[in-house]
Structure formats: structure tokens, C-alpha cells
Design a protein around this ligand. Structure first.
Ligand code: ZN
Length: 128
């Protein structure tokens, strides 16, 4: 019998480590961002997992704030040629967007599972 994560901090930890939101042991992804069909440890069906554009939106807001702010400060203080901006910010954008995308998607799926978030249904089946 595998253990079940019941705490919010446990769910956050499992999500950030891209592990199964129920047992915290099975892998969540089979590619870079594609969820597996189910957990190979506890058998949880990942069919519920639909984080949509959530991870990308959070990362775009955060990275946009950081990179645009850093580019503005660099331009105001040093006035470098444009190729320096391209050399600095293009690799940084790739690193700070693609790096946290997978853990952020894992986190959102784990929180979706923890809070049992799902689309609303109008046929009365979601009510007790
Ligand atoms: Zn599992």
C-alpha cells in the first residue's frame, strides 16, 4: 500500500518535483510536459490533469517583470549596443521560461488534485 499525500505542503512538494499528486512517488510526465496516462506506483488516472495555460501565464508574468526590468535598468545605466541586449536577454528568457515550466505545471496539477478542482457540470452530477 502506498502512502497518500494529504497536506497542502506535501502536494506542493510533489508538484514541484513532478511526482504523482496522490502518492508522491510515481512520475507525472512522460515527455517534457505531457502527463503520463496514470501513475505507475499507485495507479492514479491522470485524466483529470488539465492545467491549460496556467503555468505559462504565471511564468510569463514573472519572467516579463524580471527580464524587462533588468533590460531597462541595463539600458539606463550602461546604454550598451543592441547586440549586447540580444546576447544577454535572449538566453536568459529561454532559461527562465523553459526551466520552471515543468515544475510549475506539476505544481498546478498537484494543486488541482489537492483541491479537487474540475470544470463545472450542468447536469447535476457534480452535486452531492
Ligand atoms: Zn501515484
Amino acid at each position: 500500500m502506498t502512502k497518500t499525500i494529504t497536506t497542502l505542503s506535501g502536494s506542493i512538494g510533489a508538484g514541484l518535483s513532478c511526482a504523482c499528486p496522490r502518492c508522491g512517488q510515481g512520475k507525472l510526465f512522460q515527455g517534457f510536459l505531457t502527463p503520463r496516462p496514470r501513475c505507475e506506483v499507485c495507479g492514479l488516472d491522470y485524466g483529470f490533469a488539465d492545467s491549460g495555460d496556467g503555468p505559462a501565464v504565471f511564468i510569463m508574468f514573472l519572467v516579463g517583470f524580471i527580464v524587462v526590468g533588468a533590460a531597462l535598468v541595463t539600458e539606463i545605466l550602461y546604454r550598451p549596443p543592441y547586440w549586447v541586449h540580444a546576447a544577454l536577454w535572449l538566453p536568459l528568457i529561454l532559461i527562465v521560461t523553459l526551466g520552471p515550466l515543468r515544475p510549475m505545471k506539476g505544481l498546478m496539477i498537484a494543486l488541482q488534485y489537492h483541491h479537487q478542482a474540475a470544470e463545472s457540470r450542468f447536469d447535476g452530477t457534480d452535486r452531492p
